[in-house]
Ligand binder design. Sequence first.
Ligand SMILES: Cc1cc2nc3c(=O)[nH]c(=O)nc-3n(C[C@H](O)[C@H](O)[C@H](O)COP(=O)(O)OP(=O)(O)OC[C@H]3O[C@@H](n4cnc5c(N)ncnc54)[C@H](O)[C@@H]3O)c2cc1C
Length: 238
Amino acid sequence: MTTPIVRRSPTHRATVLGAVDLTPRMRRVTVASDAMRDVQLRPAQDVELHLRTDEGRRVKRRYTIAQARPQAGELDLDVLLHGDGPGARWGAVAGPGDEVEFQGPRGKLELRSAPWHLLAGDESALPAIAAILAALPPGEPAQAFVEVTDTDDELPGLPVTWVHRGDAAPGGPDVLDAALATFPLPPGAGHAYLMGETRAVVALRGALERRGVAHESVFVKGYWNLGRPDRLANRPPT
Ligand SMILES: Cc1cc2nc3c(=O)[nH]c(=O)nc-3n(C[C@H](O)[C@H](O)[C@H](O)COP(=O)(O)OP(=O)(O)OC[C@H]3O[C@@H](n4cnc5c(N)ncnc54)[C@H](O)[C@@H]3O)c2cc1C
């Protein structure tokens, strides 16, 4: 009998350099790690932070690398302060000198050339959407819809259409679905990127497919699960 090979991505250590409020609910935490020096990153890759619950249980939470300065091994992570959870709590208090372990960079998203691109997601996907927009070739038009609570959550200067949920609860597909329905799909085989609450983005993919977008032309990634902690919460870090 042969012993199976278990491949585990290595765990690295980072130090928090500082944090700034981008909006009242989004905090940019800058970390530095020698392991990230000169690492080539693809757009919207993420790191998986090793954090702890209130009870001290070890959990992992993933955050997109919003910006990086590879020469210095620095990563900016934009953490949504959505309420209660080890990730949101870490983002709210992380300060200079704090240490955090992580794995990564990781993420399977690959940009595909297409005559047009459609991006949609909630606040948790904003760093990824911004990174993808910045990386798409100038000749390929892109339209992005980002669902936020209200104008307070909007980041200035980003070429996205902000969609307000107002008093509606986050995590449902309806608000983005209505916004996307107003977007006339251009001719040609465009490519869509949907990121946010898992069931919501699956529902949005269904709506796009019913409008003729091919299944394989839609990248879907569940970023969180409504009403329950990240699925890795009970799994010990490898
Ligand atoms: C590849 C990838 C990249 C990601 N990048 C980012 C990023 O750059 N910035 C970012 O903020 N998040 C990002 N996320 C999402 C983030 O990992 C999840 O939101 C995560 O669940 C937050 O962990 P937590 O400990 O705060 O909450 P959890 O312990 O996971 O959940 C606690 C409660 O909060 C709710 N909840 C979790 N997330 C949200 C949310 N976004 N909005 C409303 N309610 C929520 C849950 O339903 C649950 O009820 C990313 C996820 C993935 C998979």
